[in-house]
Structure formats: C-alpha cells, structure tokens
Design a protein around this ligand. Sequence first.
Ligand code: C2E
Ligand code: MG
Ligand code: MG
Ligand code: MG
Length: 291
Amino acid sequence: AAKRDEENLCHFFDESMETRLMRTKLIEHALHEALAQNQFFLVYQPQFSAQTGALVGCEALIRWIHPEEGFIPPDEFISVAEHVGLISAIGEWVIDESIRQLVRWREMPVLKNIRIAINLSSVQLEDKTLLDRLQRKLKQAGVAPDLLELELTERVVMTDAAENVSRFQAIRAHGFDLAVDDFGTGYSSLAYLQKFPLSVLKVDKQFVDPIPDDEGACAIANAIVSLAHSLDMKVVAEGVETGEQVHWLYRAGYDLLQGYYLGRPMKAEDFQQWALTDYPVIVAKVWGHPS
Ligand code: C2E
Ligand code: MG
Ligand code: MG
Ligand code: MG
C-alpha cells in the first residue's frame, strides 16, 4: 500500500508540475501579445491620511484580462515577465500610464494634488537609465517628481543592500519618494534601514490583519511606527479591512492607510467618481467630518 501511495504521490506531483509549467508557458506567450495589443490597464487604490482622512495618494496596480483565460493576477504574471525579460517593457508602460494619469488628474480639483505610487521590479531598479528617463518623462509632462512614489519590496531592498544605498540616494536626489513595500515579510537589517535614505515603510497586511485583537501583532505594529518615525520615515498600513483597524492605527500614530475598508483598487474613471461621491461618505463615517 505504501508503494502504491508513493506512486500516486509521484504521479500527482508530476501532473501538477506539468500543469504549472504549461500555465507559465501560456502566460509567457500571452504576455508578448498583451503588450502589443494593449491588454493591460491600471487600477488605483486610495491612500488616506490616517490622522485627517485626507485623500493624499493612491497606488497604481497593474491588471491584465486575457481574452480567453480571463483575469490573471499580477502576483502570477509579474514573476513570469521578470524571467522572460518582459518586465522592463511592462514596467515602462506602467510608468507612462501613471504619468499620463497624473496629468489628467491635475485638471480635476479633487485629485489635483494626488500622488501615485508605482511598484518597481528589481530589474527596473538595476537599470542605470531609469532615473534619467523618469525625470525626462515627468518634465515633458510638466509633473513634479514628488507626485510619483516608487515602491520596492523589502526583499528587493535587502538584496544587494550595499549597492542599494547609492541607488536609493540617487532616487531621492532626483526628488522621488521611496517606499519599502511588504515591510516585515523579509529580513530587514535594522542597520541598513538606518543607512538607506527611505521615505516610507509600508507595513504588510499580515501584521494589519490580526489588529486589534492580537496583542503580539499590535506590539509589532507599534514598534514599527516608532522605528519609522525615529528614522524620519512615514509609515503606511496596507490591507486595512475593518473600522476597528482604522481606529487602532489612527491612535497608534500611523501616517497613511490603504485597504478595502477605505477603498478598493479602481479604474481611473471609477476612482474619479468614487472621489466625488463615496470618498466624502467614508471620511465622514470614519473621521467624523466631511473633508
Ligand atoms: P503590493 O504592491 O503589496 O500591492 C498590494 C496588494 O494588496 C494588491 O494586490 C492590492 O489589490 C491588495 N490589497 C489592497 N488592499 C487590500 C485589502 O484590504 N485586502 C486584501 N485582501 N488585499 C488588499 P494586487 O493588485 O493583486 O497586486 C499584487 C502584487 O503584485 C503587488 O503587491 C505588487 O507586488 C505586484 N504588482 C502589482 N502591480 C504591479 C506593477 O505595476 N509592477 C510590478 N512590478 N508589480 C506589481
Ligand atoms: Mg505596492
Ligand atoms: Mg504590499
Ligand atoms: Mg505584495
């Protein structure tokens, strides 16, 4: 029976590996077409000032709806794009589209000063021409660099840490804010955190989820705020899903909040509509005054 189980197990693994490989191949092939046929679009998730409820920014998140396969999540296709060398082209499209959006929003009173945070892949960070290109594109569009924030995951920040110190100095010298995404999920060296010229820590959802019931999670969330503030960084909580979390994070001194409870990622037109109609309602409900 043991032998039979073993065989079944092998069979099972072979099959799932094969399926995974086929899926990766499919995505790889389809990504080329997606770029050429404009199948990508961006959604924007609002970021609120935790203390006042002001709508200060948003995070741009890429979306892909494949004509046959349907929705394919970025967690699935970004890593494939990195492996097959397509991330630079996709990342460049994200940059261009975000800048176009900043230009459009400057014409709209409620969104005039909104900032957009974009996620950068390690491949983009290593590209020595990125900063000059960003600067040139923003200048052409007439958009100030401080309206664009760059997010790098903690993993990327801590890999190649020595090299990154100078990379990050260059990013900041160009006027861009730099956020550490998914903070707490990697292996941050506290010594490096001090050496890095970072602007923002984004506390991962996994620490936000158990708030306010779990004492341990609350202790960590408190420690991260004091760490961030003593290093002159702002701190964002991501994945905020309940009103209790909002109140706790507000009292803990968080700077910015992002999560489904406050606003989902939305297409540009929906975001604009949301800002006019839903946003004032949620601010009044949570912060007790219309903004
Ligand atoms: P991320 O940068 O940490 O983005 C936050 C993710 O959490 C997003 O997933 C967002 O939709 C989701 N989220 C936000 N609030 C909540 C909440 O309250 N509850 C829950 N359950 N989820 C929430 P998404 O859009 O699927 O993106 C996943 C990851 O893919 C991103 O994680 C980012 O690492 C990557 N990604 C997305 N867009 C891009 C892009 O344009 N370029 C690159 N390089 N990576 C991207
Ligand atoms: Mg992010
Ligand atoms: Mg994150
Ligand atoms: Mg993430």
